[in-house]
Structure formats: structure tokens, C-alpha cells
Write a protein that binds this ligand. Structure first.
Ligand code: HEM
Length: 391
């Protein structure tokens, strides 16, 4: 029987605006403190080392998603079928519908369309002087991609970015402004509840869900939950990831040159940037049973915080982990999670980032980045704005 040791407490508030802007020093301190670290608010056991986060993601029998993946009761009880907050049979049924259009073979047909959109945008920005890369480049593809792939009607599209940002902010514990996030999310729920199947584009993925309901594979509520699972996690994640990629390359001109000279480095540059910045900071799991990490036993009923962003900077796993290095093999990483809830949109995210990079390599020689403005989103790490110039 393992000894129950005294779990060290990490006193700093990871959800304070300062820590949300500059989290990496906190992660290192937590990794050094021990494999399991207790936080005060929220009251959770945090895992911050690579192997421990990976093992927890791959232990769905012990650690439940249906008990919620956030840090507040409101977030963890969504009041309807929710893909990431489900386990077992419901999770398998909903996931198989959601990922159907997101597999590489299905996505391939959309690549030329997405590439031509972003290439036009990049060409229009070359030599134009300073602009905000988040607004002008990073935000450009995701809504177009999602609208094309999902098939939702025009109405509502303008609010999608607000709904997506509020979702991730609401992952955190209740703090100042949380009320507002839940109000915005109520707007999404109303939109979804009122969505008429006939208003969704014929032949699109969302429209096929009607057939899925008729065949008895999903209930009406689960099908609407599947639309949520497609739309809400797909926007800010890829927007912020593109911001990090642009920033990383502009700040490392040697690596940008290397990439221009050898575009075969391009897929590796994308995944290294995703490792280095890990836009989704964390999610949580609820322990159904006692759960052991090294000598620590986390009691059943506890909430575990899994810090993907820290795992991806774990010096036990990656050599010189804070270094951005496009030649590194960063494939085995946790920015997209692992196990049964592995990100459903990973291939779309990679494709969007790759076509953006291809267009940059083809049309620009010099990338220049100013100081980014850091967000204080309680689920996502990224930039509100990034002054940029393309020449
Ligand atoms: C760089 C961009 C992205 C990152 C870093 C990211 C990261 C993640 C992470 C960490 C998870 C949770 C995994 C877990 O807990 O095991 C997740 C789940 C998910 N993501 Fe993403 N994501 C990204 C883009 C997208 C896109 C573009 C879509 C949709 C088109 C998407 C759809 C989903 C879905 C549906 C889930 C839930 C999967 C499940 O519960 O089975 N994501 N993502």
C-alpha cells in the first residue's frame, strides 16, 4: 500500500491576471515542487509533469470527463449533452459523428479553398506597413473554415467568436466577470436551441446530423451538442495558435530563413509552435476512484487539474523545453491532449496553420513582430493583438 504523503501546496494564484499572462515560471515551480501539487482556489490537485498528465489523460476509468472538465459548478453542469464532458457510450457515439468530417481524408478536399483564401489575404498585407496579425491574419480562416465545413446559416456567425472566447474563459473558477461569460454562453444555447435544421446548408456536415437522429444514433439533444462540440473549441484555439506561430517565426529570423530554404520543415514548425505555446492551458477531471501518482494517492471525488502547457515544457521530457526550435521532433506532445478525448479538430488546426505558413513562405521574405498584448483568458493562452509587418 503506498504511503499517503503530505501533498505540497502551491500558494500562488494561477488564475490571477499576472499569472495568466506569464504562466511558465509558475509551471516550472510546480513541476519542481512534486508530481502532485495542491492549489487553494480552485481546490484541486494539479499535475504538471509530462508523464503524469499523459497517464491521467489515458485513465478514463479512474478519471471522469462527465464530472466536468472545468473549475466551476456552472461549467461542469452544462445542462445538456456535451462531448468533452461525457464518458463511455455517449462520448463514443457523439465523437464518431463529430470527427467524421475532421479526418485527414475528408479535410483534404477543403485544403485548396482554405489555401487560396489565406494566400489572397497574405498578399494583400505584404508591404502594407504595420497591422494587427491577430485581427488581420489569425482570425481570418477559422470562421470561414468552420462555416464551410459545418454549414451553419449566416445569422449567428458574427457572435461565434464571442461564444467561443466566453466558453474558454468560463473553464476557470468563478471570478470577476464570470457572470458575463455565462450570459454570453446562454446566448449560444438559445441560438442552438432555435436552430432550424432546414436553415443549415444542404449537404453540409451539420445537415447530415438529421439523418443521424433519424437512424437513432444520436438523440436530438446530442446532435445539437455535437454542433457545439464542433464550433466552440475550433475558433479561438486556432486563432491563438496562429498568433504564436507568427510571433515565434518573426522573433527567430534564423528559423524563418531555414523554413524558407527548406519548406519540408513546415509541418514540424507547426507542431513545435503548438507544443511551445499550448493554447489550451488546462482542463480538469473528476476522480471516480482513488488515483495514484507516484507515492501520492488522490482520493476519489477530488478534482485533478491537468496542465497541458506545463507538460509540454517539462524538462524531464524535452531538452531545453523553453527553446522554440522548428527542427525538434515535437510530435509526442500534449497540446491536443491524449487518450479518448484527444482533440477532434487536430488535423483541421494543423491544416489551417500549414496553409498559412505555405502562403507566407511563398509571398514574404521578412516577418517582423512587435510586442504582443497578452490575454487573461482563464482557459487559453495567447495574444489579444500582435503588431506585425510583412515584407
Ligand atoms: C491548435 C488548435 C487546437 C488545440 C491546441 C486544441 C486542443 C484540444 C485539447 C487539449 C482538447 C482536450 C483533450 C483532452 O482533454 O484529452 C481538445 C478537445 C477537443 N477539440 Fe481541440 N484543439 C484545437 C483545435 C480544435 C479544432 C479546430 C476543433 C474543431 C474543428 C477542435 C475540436 C475539439 C473537440 C471536438 C474536442 C473534444 C474531443 C472529445 O471530447 O472527444 N479543436 N482540443
Amino acid at each position: 500500500m503506498p504511503q499517503l504523503t503530505q501533498t505540497p501546496v502551491y500558494e500562488a494564484d494561477l488564475f490571477s491576471p499576472a499569472a495568466l499572462r506569464e504562466p511558465f515560471g509558475h509551471y516550472r515551480a510546480m513541476r519542481d515542487l512534486g508530481p502532485v501539487v495542491r492549489l487553494r482556489d480552485p481546490d484541486v490537485y494539479a499535475l504538471s509533469r509530462f508523464d503524469d498528465v499523459r497517464d491521467a489523460l489515458q485513465a478514463p476509468d479512474a478519471l471522469s470527463n462527465a464530472g466536468g472538465v472545468g473549475f466551476s459548478d456552472e461549467f461542469n453542469q452544462p445542462g445538456g449533452p456535451n462531448l468533452i464532458q461525457s464518458d463511455g457510450d455517449r462520448h463514443r457515439r457523439m465523437r464518431s459523428e463529430v470527427i467524421r468530417p475532421l479526418l485527414p481524408a475528408q479535410l483534404k478536399q477543403h485544403r485548396p479553398f482554405l489555401k487560396s483564401l489565406i494566400a489572397e489575404r497574405i498578399k494583400s498585407l505584404v508591404g502594407r506597413g504595420p497591422f494587427d496579425a491577430i485581427a488581420e491574419v489569425a482570425r481570418f480562416l477559422p470562421t470561414a473554415a468552420i462555416s464551410a465545413l459545418v454549414g451553419l446559416p449566416e445569422e449567428g456567425r458574427a457572435s461565434m467568436l464571442d461564444w467561443a472566447a466566453a466558453t474558454f474563459n468560463a473553464v476557470g473558477p468563478r471570478r470577476e466577470g464570470s457572470e458575463r461569460d455565462f450570459e454570453v454562453l446562454a446566448g449560444w444555447r438559445t441560438y442552438l436551441a432555435n436552430l432550424q435544421w432546414e436553415s443549415i446548408r444542404e449537404g453540409s456536415w451539420a445537415r447530415t446530423l438529421q439523418g443521424t437522429i433519424a437512424a437513432g444514433r444520436l438523440s436530438e439533444a446530442e446532435a445539437r451538442g455535437a454542433i457545439s462540440a464542433y464550433v466552440l473549441p475550433s475558433l479561438d484555439t486556432t486563432i491563438l495558435a496562429k498568433g504564436h506561430l507568427l510571433h515565434g517565426l518573426a522573433r527567430h529570423p534564423g528559423q524563418w530563413r531555414m523554413l524558407r530554404d527548406d519548406p519540408s520543415l513546415l509541418p514540424g514548425a507547426v507542431i513545435e509552435s503548438v507544443r511551445h505555446s499550448s493554447v489550451i492551458r488546462w482542463f480538469s477531471r473528476l476522480a471516480r476512484t482513488d488515483y495514484q501518482v507516484e507515492d501520492e494517492v488522490i482520493p476519489a471525488g477530488s478534482r485533478l487539474m491537468l496542465i497541458y502547457a506545463s507538460a509540454n515544457r517539462d524538462e524531464r521530457r524535452f531538452e531545453d523545453p523553453d527553446r522554440f526550435d522548428i527542427t525538434r521532433d515535437a510530435r509526442a506532445q500534449l497540446a491536443w491532449g491524449s487518450g479518448p478525448h484527444l482533440c477532434g479538430g487536430m488535423h483541421l488546426a494543423k491544416m489551417e496553420m500549414e496553409v498559412m505558413l505555405e502562403a507566407l513562405v511563398e509571398h514574404c521574405e521578412v516577418l517582423e513582430a512587435g510586442e504582443p498584448e497578452l490575454l487573461t483568458n482563464r482557459g487559453l493562452y495567447g495574444f489579444a493583438s500582435l503588431p506585425f509587418e510583412l515584407r
